[in-house]
Design a protein around this ligand. Sequence first.
Ligand code: BGC
Length: 932
Amino acid sequence: MRNLLILSSLIVFMLFIACQDARETEFMRVTDLTCEYLVNPLSVDVLQPRLAWKIIQTDLAKKGQFQTAYQIIVASSKEILDDNQGDLWHTGKVKSSQSIQIIYEGNELKTMQACWWKVRVWNNRGEVSDWSEPATWRTGILSADQWHGEWIGGKPDEELRKYREYVEENYRSRDFDRNRWANPPAPPSPLIRKSFDVKADIVRATLFASALGYYKMWLNGERIGNYLHAPEWTNYDDYVQYQTYDLTGKLQQGENVLAATLADGWALGRLGGIKWNRFFPHRGFYALDRRLIAQLVIEFSDGTLQIIPTDQSWKINEDGYILLADNFAGQTIDARKIPQRWNNTGFDDSQWKNVFVDKSEKRTLIAQHNEPIRVHAELKPVKIWRSDDKYLVDFGQNIAGHCVLKISGRQGQVITLRHAEWLDNGELYTRSLGFAKAEDTFILSGGDDFFAPEFTYHGFQYVEVSGLDFPLTDDMIIARAVSSDPAVTGAFECSNPNLNKLFENVFWTQRNNMYSILTDNPSRDERTGAAGDVQIFAQSSIFNMNMAAFYSKYIRDFKDIAHNGQFFSMIPSLRMEGFWNGWVGAPGWCEAGIIMPWRMYENYGDVRALENLYTEMKNHIDATRRENPELIWRIRHNHNNDWLNANTIRNMPDTTYNNRRGRTPDDVFSTIFFAAAASMLTDIASVLRHSDDVLHYGALTDSIKTKFRQEFVDEQGRVQGDSQGAYSMAIYYGLIPQNLIQKAFAHLVRCIEEYDFRLSTGFISTPLMMQVLVDFGRTDIAYRLLESTRFPSWLYLVSIGATTVWERWDAWTPEHGFREDTMNSFDHVAFGSVVEWLYRHILGINPDVNHPGYERFTIQPRPGGTLTWARGSYNSIRGEIRSEWKIENGTFTLEIEVPVNSSANVILPNGKKHKAGSGKHTFVVKNVERFF
Ligand code: BGC
């Protein structure tokens, strides 16, 4: 009886526990599991990857939840995981509030290891969540000797080698013949295939593949993956990324065919930075021959493996149907030359040669850890019209990508597509494209054709189609917008529709420039990773999209250091040893090597980003100091100043605008960045606990600042140059002594007044000025600049029909037309960096570097200007943050949402401060106008 009693009370107790667990999990769910910032990545070759999750609170009324402990199980199979066994790692219950950047510390992982994992957490009330849904990551190929594939392709390009030799031997000579080297011809894209037999009982099939140049692959005629422009742009001499595809379930018993084609891509094709070198050949920068490397690994249920590596047995047809493919030039496809079923089974390749195996290729291959470049939107024409014998198409939005044509016509009929961002008297404006011809040509087969020029990309809103002898209709053409494709994290809306349009335009501009690096523009013959543009736009981009994996890759590319120890100012660097090295160390640009890791730390709590470049950061500062012992940064290898400030404006619709007072003196500009970088390095040293370096670089920062004051700041707080930019940057980066700071700020306000409340700032100082105005209590001026529709301003561009952000305020004006300049892009992120201000000050969402990764953050909306309401969100690494406010009859109401395991310092317009834990909160301020 007693036993029965004990048993029944035990059952009741267990039921109680079970019910309690069930009830608890209703309002706390662990979701969004990531490994190295990615959802279920197929190939991770970091031996100790970092895991993260978010905790969702379903009942938002339950406030103030945070994690007090977690438990992670990592298993080698789903079954083992379901059984709650962690044969790879079982953390047990770990008391910790960390839900991001958890370093895997389980058993050593081997190549192609499947890792199944799940996690549960405890909150501050001692309640435990349910286990998360299982997530996975797989390791990649962890050592080079496990690559069985060889680099294969066509025979070596002797023509190109001759060009290279000629240039290298003769470029200094007076008789150097430019025309001989400028445009070495490119052979057509080769067609490569391998037929192989497979038996039954496959449990898993994984393809690892990469190339020099771009590649595209098929299995039995079906396209593999949706990656475009792979492998992505890296310094290929340092490393090449490989991509991984899960082909489980796609192979058939018996014959299968893997097929590939290759194009120049970034490794061989034209690259922007090279144009400034008078000598360097336009083709073959990183490699002289297109090459493919791949291995298909098939695992059978009996534990055996079949590996199909690229090797001598693969067949090649060097006379492919893609006659030309280059990012800048465009793509030419001859549909008559597409061999029927060439990429499928049942094709007779006996006439094809065996591939050339390039034993000389020895590149380092690493797994791609960032989201692929792929199609993210398809746009239909908004207008098609005829102009002479051509058709013009307007897609209504400036994008980067290509057009797809579905068409049937005469055999041999040639259809040409030209692309442009803007129209000039009803025709395409292409004068700014330089040698980027942006022209796709399709030669029709005579049957139904489908053309998708995926080995090139253009920046465009308008397309001209020529060669048609029948009307172009909107079912024949669409535009595909293509970009690196991480998740969208930000949203913004407010009562000024023009600001909403600006937000949308900046978003598009970001998208259009995300091609494995953040480029300066997607249209003209440049498209480089101009590091100044990247660093200044970084925070805006991070609010908009989850840039963690994207920037992790970009930061790795900074490892490529210039000969003197400084960072390059364009990444990838395009170093041209022996020719030209002009991209070294431009102030405001090269510091991206320090600023970008710091952003990663602030927003994502990423300490590895700091560690990975720490030595290079120190070398950079040391080199700058060595070359400038007086601590005024005068010896510069390149210099851009506050790029495109007022002094560069020519095409003014309004003659009252002064284009002579925007520039900041070069030494002032560069020394500000010397101090800023040294100071940031000091903070980084402090995070990494390198106490000697904290003292050393802290002292250096102080000395640079002292020198700056002696040299450039007078007793009235006047900074040499007396420009909006000079004051903004000097104040923002702390170069003005405390006793002069108010005076210096007053000078800034004067400089803005002298410009009749218009901008004279360039790429670098514009967002800093907007921030400084807020910091010193003149948010009203910031709103005035932000909401202005007068030239030059953000909303001026909106008012004249821009759908992206332009490189220059005066790129085109209704009064004067185009600014005649080859440097005139309509798709440049830099001035879009104002979006950071919309998040920080209209929504009020601010990361807190002292509690990185949104462990804590600030919400401080600053209503002002014409705004009566605003709402938006940021899906941070710890979860979604929302902010929504309105002003009605003088009453300001703010509603916010804070994610679990995070907390917000809320600062209201009346200065009142509140602490807010997770959940929904509402705050009210009466008679709010009194406070702004
Ligand atoms: C690019 C800019 C870049 C600048 C600096 C320009 O050609 O388009 O965005 O920052 O060069 O050198």
